[in-house]
Design a protein around this ligand. Structure first.
Ligand code: C2E
Ligand code: CA
Ligand code: CA
Ligand code: CA
Length: 275
């Protein structure tokens, strides 16, 4: 957040024109990146609790820019959303993730981030159906991660799309749970398979009683509603133990595995007993 703040100040100081030029440059660079294959996906492992068995991977986009080097997604996804290019990037991500996952053993699933813009502007049902068919991936091995902002406008249409996707067998996860403005309301309104509890609740200080209370309430309620839970951003054994204690079903974080190349992910599958 601090870094963003600094960038914003710099941008205003450098003037609106320059800012617009920079954004246009980056936008054109993204168009080229799609054409020239500069995007790739990393995969971060997801583990069952308490068994610590590997259950799947979250696909995370990476952009290796020819001159800027690795550009983190937080720096280009928002711009891609503003310009609408996210629809093409998102379709690429979905296809690439399904293609890769079709080579994975057993029941391992791939979880794909879907931008709210993508959900609103494209026919996700058609895109998903096509991607699954093209790569011969069963729907049960695909999960889609949406943020709460995706649920805000046009809730009816979104709900219809999510219901159709779920009836295919695709699972729907709500990402960054707890950071939105009405998380609990959305839990009732939408049929969800999983909530991913935001890192901010996981890495709160051990004496932060309110975060712990939220964590406890969320896991209990999810259990009542038969919704699976994943704890995000687990960095220590203490955090893992707390999640385990609360009955959280899946864990993800640097402690267990960082995002890695597709190749490294395949190697990890071989050494785990996921087969
Ligand atoms: P996210 O979906 O919440 O993804 C989790 C982010 O947390 C990833 O950052 C991951 O590398 C990071 N992370 C995982 N474990 C830990 C941990 O233990 N500690 C800490 N500090 N961080 C951890 P990443 O890859 O930089 O992605 C940032 C965000 O960019 C994502 O947040 C997601 O909102 C967006 N994003 C990434 N890939 C895609 C994509 O393919 N499509 C869309 N629409 N958005 C994407
Ligand atoms: Ca995510
Ligand atoms: Ca998240
Ligand atoms: Ca996020």
């Amino acid at each position: 957040a601090k870094k963003n703040g600094r960038n914003r100040i710099e941008r205003y100081e450098s003037g609106m024109m320059e800012d617009a030029v920079k954004r246009r440059d980056l936008e054109m660079d993204m168009v080229r990146a799609l054409k020239e294959g500069q995007f790739s996906l990393n995969y971060q492992p997801l583990f069952n609790l308490p068994t610590r068995e590997l259950v799947g991977f979250e696909a995370l986009i990476r952009w290796n820019h020819p001159t800027l080097g690795l550009v983190p997604p937080v720096e280009f996804i928002p711009l891609a959303e503003e310009t609408g290019l996210i629809t093409e990037i998102g379709e690429w991500v979905l296809n690439e993730a399904c293609r890769e996952a079709s080579h994975w053993p057993g029941e391992l699933y791939v979880s794909v981030n879907v931008s709210p813009v993508q959900l609103h502007k494209t026919d996700m049902l058609r895109q998903v159906t096509r991607a699954l068919a093209e790569h011969g991936l069963t729907a049960q091995r695909l999960e889609l991660e949406l943020t709460e902002t995706a649920m805000v406008d046009d809730g009816r249409r979104i709900n219809a799309t999510l219901t159709a996707l779920r009836s295919l067998g695709v699972r729907i996860a709500m990402d960054d749970f707890g950071t939105g403005y009405s998380s609990l309301a959305h839990l009732r309104e939408f049929d969800l398979d999983r909530i991913k509890i935001d890192r901010s609740f996981i890495d709160s200080a051990p004496d932060d009683v309110s975060s712990l209370a939220v964590l406890r309430a969320v896991t209990m309620m999810a259990k009542d509603l038969s919704i699976a839970t994943t704890g995000e951003g687990v960095e220590s054994e203490e955090q893992l133990a707390r999640l385990l204690d609360l009955g959280c079903g899946t864990a993800q974080g640097y402690l267990l595995g960082r995002p890695m190349t597709a190749e490294a992910a395949r190697a990890l599958m071989q050494t785990s007993d996921a087969m």
